[in-house]
Design a protein around this ligand. Structure first.
Ligand code: SF4
Length: 551
């Protein structure tokens, strides 16, 4: 196969490919401060400085390049100073905007936890994080209020149970998603647990991939409900069965949301399980070497894909990195169910049950997580999962323990049979802790679903309401039925207040599409419940038999 001309723009874009800081084209000199920061010292090197210097000498001893850059390679971000209103990000100096505390993200690849691991995760919240934690929509646990002095002890605790914060943030291979029910459901196409473990073991923390142009999000899953959202990851391995009856993976690349959302595209190849880690490394290498490093806003893999198209991407991957062609393969079957979150009771292939339950938009406490670990031991085998929808699940529950466990969880306000609104509402970190936020989200989203439960008690359609504090879309407003993007709006009295731009009708799956932004639909925070009620009542009155909500 001929080596492709990687310098020429493709049919999909007129944007020139040269001069975007691609290492493969010889741009090794840093073209912006972020690239300079990474070249000056690899992000992985910050760990030793945290242990040897910063945790001993305190916050003021931290080098600014580490504080606002390399700390992320170990899951640490400074958190927003309390009391700073939204919309101030651009006008304040970084030191005015940030607190002397950190957010800390622990990576949980595939969302797989034992009760012992969950107890340790919980203890970090109670002992070091003011008993606050979030289950994120990438299966992680995120803490707040962390002091730099406590970080080595936190790492020791995590490492004692095989967990870490390495490359949980930064321009790195972030936590790899898997179906939380991998390995237990009878109808899964393939169990990706082994290929994730192998890839993480081989490449996370490797200097080979510790300086990527931007973050790199991976999903590997054989879930028939496509619960990890392969359409919006940088790289996804999606379970399929080929014409010979062999189970393997279809490869999708270039998905991502943020301010310039793109759906991933298929490369059209079939990858056997034993090839996954090599293909993962090949795609990640293409991104590392050809990804755009001039501008941070153009640096995700999706921009390279938009310029190259999937055919050229596949060709470069095969010719330059794998050194062999991959066979063509089939597309995955459509999702088996409307909802991808695994909330409720699901039958395992061994006859036992999984109980998936809704939290309050992912917000938990260490105390609560400890209680979940205890229930998982008492009623099952201590296997717990985090989901990509800010939910939790307990595996291996015997039939006669299902209702007693549901009652125990319910007493903790953890609902196996939640309302459509609690089940379908997600929220990002927002103004409470995030320096980029414009709007508070977590508390507001909880008030919103509680209000909708009271106003529309009989509404039982699957509905996704995603509340985001700014355009960065960490809670995926573009893929929700009703997506809220935080912004400052003008209220009826002419005052600037917290509010949202509404995006309507987003969804993944067959005919996946991003929600439409309706210019007139900018609302204040106080109007969100009225707005949702209006939209949902309109749907309920007009819907035809069997129609699901699609705004
Ligand atoms: Fe922060 Fe914006 Fe992401 Fe919310 S969407 S967590 S406000 S960056």
């Amino acid at each position: 196969m001929e080596t492709p001309d990687v310098s020429s723009p493709t049919r999909s874009s007129n944007r020139p490919v040269r001069g975007q800081g691609q290492w493969a084209l010889g741009y090794r000199e840093p073209l912006n401060p972020n690239e300079r920061m990474k070249k000056d010292s690899d992000g992985l090197e910050v760990r030793q400085r945290i242990i040897d210097i910063y945790s001993k000498a305190g916050f003021d001893s931290i080098d600014p390049g580490d504080l606002r850059g390399r700390m992320r390679w170990f899951g640490l971000y400074t958190q927003r100073a309390q009391g700073i209103p939204g919309g101030k990000t651009a006008v304040l100096e970084p030191e005015e905007l940030e607190d002397r505390y950190f957010m800390l993200r622990a990576r949980i690849d595939g969302g797989q936890l034992s009760s012992d691991q969950l107890r340790v995760l919980a203890s970090i919240s109670t002992d070091f994080g003011r008993d606050v934690a979030d289950v994120t929509d990438r299966q992680n646990i995120q803490y707040h209020w962390i002091r730099i002095e406590d970080v080595p002890e936190i790492w020791d605790r995590l490492e004692s149970v095989g967990l870490s914060t390495m490359e949980a943030c930064g321009d790195t291979p972030r936590t790899m998603l898997n179906c939380p029910l991998a390995g237990v459901l009878a109808d899964e196409v393939i169990d990706a647990t082994g290929v994730i473990a192998e890839t993480v073991e081989q490449y996370v923390g490797s200097p080979e991939f510790s300086n990527l142009p931007r973050k790199f999000k991976t999903s590997m899953s054989g879930c028939v409900d496509h619960c990890t959202g392969h359409e919006i990851n940088d790289l996804s391995f999606v379970g399929v069965v080929n014409a010979d009856g062999e189970a393997g993976y279809d490869v999708w690349v270039g998905g991502g949301l943020s301010t310039n959302p793109k759906l991933a595209v298929r490369l059209g190849v079939f990858v056997r399980p034993d090839q996954v880690s090599d293909v993962w490394a090949g795609v990640c290498s293409v991104f590392r070497d050809y990804g755009y490093r001039r501008s941070r806003t153009q640096a995700r893999l999706k921009f390279l894909l938009a310029d190259w198209g999937p055919e050229k991407f596949r060709q470069v991957l095969q010719d330059e990195y794998l050194h062999e062609p991959l066979p063509d393969g089939p597309a995955p079957a459509p999702a088996a169910h409307d909802q991808r979150d695994h909330v409720g009771v699901s039958k395992q292939r061994d006859g036992r049950n999984v109980l998936g339950f809704a939290l309050r938009t992912g917000r938990v406490s260490g105390t609560l997580l400890t209680q979940v670990a205890e229930l998982a031991d008492r009623y099952a085998q201590g296997r717990i999962r985090t989901t990509a929808q800010q939910k939790l699940a307990i595996l291996d529950v015997a039939d006669d323990q299902v209702e007693p466990l549901i009652a125990e969880l319910d007493a903790l306000d953890l609902q196996v049979r939640p309302s459509a609104f609690r089940r379908g509402t997600m929220a990002c970190t927002g103004l409470e802790f995030c320096k980029l936020a414009i709007v508070e989200t977590k508390a507001h989203a909880q008030e919103l679903f509680t209000e909708l439960e009271a106003r529309l008690p009989d509404f039982d359609e699957p509905i996704a309401i995603n509340v985001n504090g700014c355009p960065n879309a960490c809670a995926r407003f573009q893929t929700a039925d009703i997506g809220f993007k935080g912004m400052i709006v003008t209220n009826a009295a002419g005052e600037s207040v917290e509010g949202f731009q509404v995006h309507l009708g987003g969804h993944l799956g067959i005919e996946a599409t991003f929600g439409r932004k309706l210019r007139a639909h900018k609302i204040t925070k106080d109007e969100t419940a009225d707005y949702c009620e209006r939209v949902l009542r309109g749907f309920t009155e007009r819907r035809t038999e069997g129609e699901r909500f699609a705004a």
